[in-house]
Design a protein around this ligand. Structure first.
Ligand SMILES: [Zn+2]
Length: 451
């Protein structure tokens, strides 16, 4: 080959590719209500909020893989997104940032010291027009902030490395199996608390060089340490504060696990919320110190809406009897159910969102509603150790029990349906079957194509 031919041949070779890499961008907004507003989660409150323990946040972490596929993790210190807010955000995020629903994961920390959101559990609170107006104004502000920070996070995309690891923290207690009042005694005796529980702390770390830019972490436990009248992110708010303090410039996002039947016990004091928060933050720090799995820059996102089937309502006589008590939430619920029956407007199913992402070799299932811990335990067994199961994602409409919990009844399997205002006494007994089938299908659709 002549020198000229050699030069020509070299010129025809494809340009060397730049190293395949993730990109990430972040943004956050203070979403603390500026005026007193009714607080979410407990039906027994008697007045609106009074002050702030620490600010509430909405945080966005945008990811882009080597092929330009995008997804955004949004974490909020809220009880849970309602169906209406989820619908609005899906529409706006598509219109304003070209994101489809499968590319958005809306996390709610499930703090019980945050504001009521539009359409969320209205039956259980004594809401008049003025209170509802404040809730609606706040919800509009929350939606605007989420749309704004999503756009900012996408604008801030820059090359990063993503890593995944798993830690452990032991403060979550199965609240169906252990009496709250007996926990300190049992603990002091070294007795083992009854399960099931899931003490895993999944961690997704975003690095720019050696610098931690963002960390997403999970834990399967209700954010119900605090029940007073000041706004706070509860224990998970304290975890975020601790992590951001020890990693200046980094953003910490909480993605709660299947903690529907798990509580932080004992509870109710600020020092306990701070202690559990610090314990969880320490578990995350421990993971960051260990060797973590570097994730290949490939991203797949899927979303499926599963029509979960409502079981029967109580008999007409039982509804009529309950409706007589207009002061109780169950009475208000029963009266609404009677109206729905009369007008023939009883829906038969609920459009339940289940999502599955493949982030490199990390499989990330995120489920709407308050999901009981059985699901995360069985999904991790079924789909492997690199499975992360998030609950309270996208739309928090009810508890999602397994067949076992549904049969056993109690709050998670039975009475919470009326608290959520749903038109049934329970889900149909096939709820677990439907959820499991959807999870299996979603995981198959996001198959690991190898790295
Ligand atoms: Zn809850």
């Amino acid at each position: 080959m002549t020198a000229l031919r050699l030069i020509l041949a070299l010129l025809l070779l494809p340009l060397p590719l730049t190293a395949a890499t993730w990109k990430a961008g972040m943004a956050k907004a203070d979403i603390t209500p500026k005026k007193p507003i009714w607080m979410a989660g407990y039906g027994g409150r008697s007045k609106e909020s009074e002050g702030v323990l620490h600010p509430l946040w909405a945080k966005a972490l945008a990811l882009e893989d080597a092929k330009g596929k995008r997804a955004v993790i949004i974490a909020t210190d809220t009880l849970g997104m309602t169906r209406g807010i989820y619908a609005t955000l899906k529409t706006r995020l598509k219109k304003e940032h070209n994101l489809d629903a499968d590319q958005i994961m809306l996390n709610a920390s499930h703090t019980h010291t945050g504001p009521v959101l539009r359409g969320g559990l209205y039956d259980i609170y004594p809401l008049d027009d003025a209170r509802i107006k404040r809730i609606e104004e706040y919800s509009a502000r929350l939606e605007n902030e989420i749309v704004r920070i999503t756009g900012e996070a996408l604008k801030n995309l820059e090359p990063v490395i993503l890593k995944h690891g798993n830690g452990i923290s032991r403060f979550g207690v199965n609240r169906r199996e252990n009496r709250e009042s007996q926990i300190p005694q049992l603990r002091s005796e070294g007795a083992s608390l009854k399960g099931p529980f899931d003490h895993d702390v999944p961690v997704l770390a975003v690095y720019k060089g050696l610098q931690l830019k963002a960390v997403v972490f999970g834990y399967a436990c209700h954010s119900t340490v605090l029940s007073f009248y000041q706004f706070s992110g509860d224990y998970s708010g304290f975890s975020q504060i601790a992590l951001e303090k020890s990693h200046p410039g980094a953003m910490a996002l909480f993605s709660p696990g299947c903690g529907a039947d798990i509580n932080p016990l004992p509870r109710r004091q600020v020092y306990q919320a701070e202690r559990y928060g610090n314990m969880l933050a320490a578990a995350v720090e421990e993971v960051l110190l260990q060797k973590m799995q570097t994730l290949h820059p490939s991203l797949t996102t899927r979303l499926q809406t599963v029509p979960l089937e409502y079981g029967a309502l109580p008999t007409d006589e039982a509804l009529a009897a309950a409706a007589k008590n207009t002061k109780s939430y169950r009475g208000r619920w029963a009266a609404r159910m009677i109206q729905l029956k009369i007008t023939g407007n009883l829906p038969k199913t609920y459009p339940y969102p289940m999502q599955c992402w493949r982030v490199g070799k990390l499989l990330w299932l995120s489920m709407g509603g308050e999901v009981v811990v059985d699901y995360s335990l069985q999904f991790k067994k079924q789909f492997g150790a690199r499975t992360w199961v998030t609950s309270y994602a996208n739309d928090v409409m009810a508890y999602i029990p397994t067949f076992r919990v549904l049969q056993e009844g109690g709050y998670e399997g039975h009475t919470s349906m009326a608290v959520y205002g749903l038109p049934a006494d329970r889900w149909k007994p096939n709820v677990e079957e439907l959820v499991n089938a959807a999870a299996k299908k979603l995981v198959e659709k996001t198959k690991d194509k190898g790295e």
